[in-house]
Each structure stands twice: as C-alpha cells, then as structure tokens.
Design a protein around this ligand. Structure first.
Ligand code: UDP
Length: 325
C-alpha cells in the first residue's frame, strides 16, 4: 500500500516507518521536524516537510494519492498539557481535524491513529480493557479521547475506517540499532533515566512515592516501540482489507513501578543514576496496565521486545550510540 505517515520523523513514527518498509509498503513521511528528526528519515522514502496546522500542506500531500495514512503528529507530555492546554488544543485537536478533512477530501479513508492509555484516567479496575470507562485525568488524554470520537463520526458520515491504538507507555529503541535519533526535549521516564545514566543530567526526580502501589511510585505498562510499530502495520492491513474499524489497547499487562524501572536501569547500565523523590506530578494516575487480548485476537499481535531488559538495554544502546559513548 501507499502510506502517508504523518509524524513519521518522530520517535514512534520512525519505528512505524521501518516496520512498514519491512512489510513492503511504499512510505511517504509528512513531518514539520519540530520534534521529529532528519536523522530518522530513510532515504528510500518520500519526505514532505509540512505542518498539520497548514491545510494547504496537508491537501498537497493527500493530493498525491495514498491508500492509507498513519497519524502520529501530536504533543504527548501529560504533565505539560496540564500547564499549557492551549498548545494541545491547537496541535492535537485542530491539527487532527485538518488531517481528517484533507484525508476525506482526497478519499484516503484508512487511518491508523496514535491514541493513548491516558484516555482512561484513574483505572476503576486493572488490567484495563477497551471498554473501561474513559475519564482522562490529564488534558493530553482528553485530546486523544475527543479524536477517537471525531474518527467515529467521520466513519459514520464519510466512510473512514480507522484503528485507534491506545498505547500504554511506549519505550525502548529499534533492537537492530538502525534508529537512534533521540527526542529533543524528552519528558518521559526512560529518556530521563538515560540522560542521568549518560551524564547529561546530574539526577532525576521521581514524582510521588505515596501512591497506593507496592512501593508508593506509579505503576505503568511499558511497551517496546518496535512492538507498537508492528501493531500499526497489522492494524492498517486489517482495516483496509476488512473494511472494519478497530480500537485496541496495546500493552503487556505487566506493571512496573517507577522505582523498579530506575533500579533495573542501574543494574543494566551499571551507573549510579541519582534519583530523589519529589511531589506528585498533576494528572498522573497511580496505575495503568493494559489488557491486550483483543489485539491478539484481531491482529494476532504479541509483544516480543517488551521485557524490562530489552526495553532498557535497547534504549541505553541508542543513547550510547547517539552520544558516541
Ligand atoms: N516520571 C518520574 N520522573 C520523570 C518522568 C516520569 O517519576 O522524570 C514518572 C511519572 O510520574 C509516571 C511514570 O514515570 O508515573 C511514567 O511517566 P511518563 O511521563 O513517562 O509517561 P505517562 O505515564 O505520563 O504517559
């Protein structure tokens, strides 16, 4: 298939592009390189430098004719979204509506969307299945939930078929070591841990140790980015061949606390990794773990690289390569 990957120069996007190429799809990346990196582009692919806030850029891209598109162009820092919601309204909501309108205008009606576990908010039960109530605890999650609703409306009104993939905590780097472009201003846990391990920052903060969890720090379900990428390809093939939309949770079901993650990173890197416990970060649910049975049932998808050692090991390799350590 001819596939447009919007946000394809970013962290998850570049891994999705690599998997699409491996499965023989013809890829064009659309990215404004605000957080995406030139280094993440593959010379075999088309590249359009464009902005999802510019309707003209999108129409020009979709006008080239694609069978499907993947939309990963969004801001994703839950903490920041609570302080700066405007940024998330404009980029995540307005940008996505621009994409949807351009896509339907040019009859590109197969869409894979990066949704998030943040759509659920504080769990009422774990692991979280697809039907769990949605009460986002941060504004970022709210934007993802609204986009899922927009896609459902565009399905009814315009015949769009979509796969909403609710990522739990994306982590890790390409196990083959081809992709190692680091995010510019990371706010997620593992990149921060790696910056300390690589001496780029002195110490890190652990946000809250008074949560009702086994060691007081938040539990998350970390899923390797290459596992996420394979789910994108399977989902795209599924919706386009069966003409059936999908909404799926993508995680492993294994919960890891922040302290456990930091300790594992100390073991794997052999570095001290100084950390201090500080106040909770607003908008953080205590525990998020996924039930991904539906992804297995519908797509035959399974996580292969999401054990803690591969998650941390592949990330550390990327950091060492990037910083030439
Ligand atoms: N976290 C932390 N220190 C950091 C970054 C993150 O303690 O410097 C915690 C955060 O509070 C959350 C977990 O690590 O409990 C995962 O956070 P991240 O931002 O990576 O992903 P989120 O779960 O918010 O999508």
């Amino acid at each position: 298939m001819k596939v447009l990957v919007i946000g394809g120069a970013g962290y998850i996007g570049s891994h999705v592009v690599k998997e699409l190429m491996a499965k023989g799809h013809k890829v064009t990346v659309f990215d404004n390189l605000s957080s995406g990196l030139k280094q993440n582009l593959f010379k075999e692919n088309g590249f359009i430098k464009g902005d999802i806030l510019k309707v003209k850029d999108l129409e020009k891209a979709f006008g080239k004719g694609f069978d499907a598109f993947v939309h990963l162009a969004a801001f994703k820092a839950a903490g920041e979204s609570m302080v700066c919601p405007e940024k998330y309204s404009i980029n995540n909501i307005t940008g996505t509506l621009n994409i949807l309108n351009a896509a339907v205008k040019f009859k590109c009606l197969n869409m894979v969307f990066s949704s998030s576990a943040a759509t659920f908010g504080e769990p009422q039960y774990v692991p979280i299945d697809e039907n769990h109530p949605k009460n986002p605890e941060n504004y970022y999650g709210f934007t993802k939930l609204k986009i899922e609703e927009f896609m459902a409306w565009y399905e009814k009104l315009k015949g769009l078929k979509f796969a909403a993939l609710r990522y739990f905590n994306a982590a890790g780097y390409d196990p083959e070591g081809v992709l190692y472009g680091l995010e510019k201003n990371p706010a997620n846990l593992l990149p921060i841990v790696m910056e300390v391990a690589c001496g780029k920052r002195d110490k890190m903060k652990i946000f809250g140790n008074d949560y009702p969890t086994r060691d007081g720090t938040c539990i998350r379900d970390y899923i390797h980015v290459t596992d996420l990428a394979s789910a994108h390809v399977l989902a795209l093939e599924y919706i386009s061949s069966r003409k059936e939309s999908l909404t799926l949770n993508l995680g492993t079901g294994n919960g890891i606390t922040v302290t456990e993650m930091v300790d594992a990173a100390r073991r794997i890197t052999g570095k001290e990794i100084k950390a201090e416990y500080v106040e909770r970060r607003p908008g953080d649910p205590a525990q998020l773990t996924a039930k991904s049975d539906l992804a297995k049932e519908k797509l035959g998808w399974e996580a292969k690289y999401s054990d803690v050692d591969t998650l941390i090991g592949s990330t550390y390799s990327a950091y060492k390569k990037f910083y030439k350590m």
